[in-house]
Design a protein around this ligand. Sequence first.
Ligand code: GLN
Length: 492
Amino acid sequence: MHDMTLAAARKALSERKISARELVDHHLSAIEKLDGEINSYIVTTPEKAREAAQAADAKLAKGEGGALCGIPLGIKDLFCTDGVQTTAASNILRHFVPPYESTVTHNLLRDDAVFLGKTNLDEFAMGSTNMTSAFGAVTNPWQRDGSSTKLVPGGSSGGSAAAVAAGLALGATGTDTGGSIRQPAAFCGIAGVKPTYGRCSRFGTIAFASSLDQAGPMARNLEDCAILLGSMAGFDPKDSTCVDRPVPRYEDALNRGVKGMRVGIPKEYRPDNLPAEIAALWDQGIAWLREAGAEPVEISLPHTKYGLPTYYIVALAEASSNLARYDGVRFGERVPADSLDALYEATRHTGFGEEVRRRILMGTYVLSSGYYDAYYLRAQKVRTLIQRDFLNAFENVDVILTPTAPSAAFAHDERPTDPVQVYLNDVFTVPASMAGVPALSLPAGLDHAGLPLGLQLIGRYFDEETLFAAGHVMEKAAGFAKRPALHAGNVA
Ligand code: GLN
């Protein structure tokens, strides 16, 4: 069971070669052995998981059950789960137990998935290292060849990525506001999909930046992601930005091939300081697609350079507004004080970590009168230009290929102390988020130290299928199969 993909497990379950109970027990015992070191789960729910597995087995025995019947998943601890603590990795929500289920997790449960627990993340999904969690940093299951230095898993969905990579879940949910599915997927050698904004409901997902937040699947390969996305996506009247369009069978798109497909290669994604091995992997990706019959085309996305600065205005403005609700009165922790103002201050000061406080301050600043026009309004205008870049490009190409991140995973103690240096990690992922177009990351190769590197595909609105088709071609060519050092199969 160590190296089974979600698709293979599903087949084995339906043929009754394994039981859902065995599969869940296997994962729970792997978590017990390894997660002390990795810290990918904030909480596990073994009793609930075993109960759900038993119910799944009963359905499977009758030849019934949904598309994910008996499949053990990790759920990013940003999705509200009815009766199970949901913390956003923040002290302010440390004891929060939602009385309702997010739509995405509801959809997965409808299809009879089994939840193993809630996975770790950067506090309120703000970060790219998973080091800002109030529940401790996550350790990437991968290590550099010949070194046991602890590396970051990326973020913010770093717990989900690490759990999947280490064999502590067959798949996981992530959320992506500016790269939080794609970058940790790349750092941990797995696949991750940020669907079109509006494809998955945001209802019950704790908000970071509402015009950017989008849920998506993380799994060992794109077929598994396709299966998960088919379950997670769909219209939800409870989220007014969720789009009413039928959900395709994404799995059917995997083998479409890329003959005649035009693949855009944006010149702005090749900065002078791009590491040579990442540039080489990108060229390799281009070659794989060309060999399979696609036509690479150089394109320009001229406003790319404004992606990062405008993202860090828009996202922080929205975050400052969204996080205003945590005031110690209705939700979460409360630090008592003599006056209401003092209660707010004390609660928010002790409840939020440093990065979250920094972002609330900056977000409030760019929204304040006098600065609103200069920062927020201008950023929104530039956002429109970024979006137009993509619309123009997609008149001429079907899909865009870039690296996912400008580096491989770095060590916990190599994280830059300057927050802006950390933000630079999002340079390749943020533009697609600003435009709302779908994008995925697939594991494409290893760097000189044996660490995974990812390639990113960006597509037209609601055309996740073309991403799956092109991604699957590269996945087959890459044949990425190496296991990380910390893996369930290595400790069994
Ligand atoms: N790393 C980015 C940030 O810190 C993106 C986070 C995300 O996508 N949630 O904002």
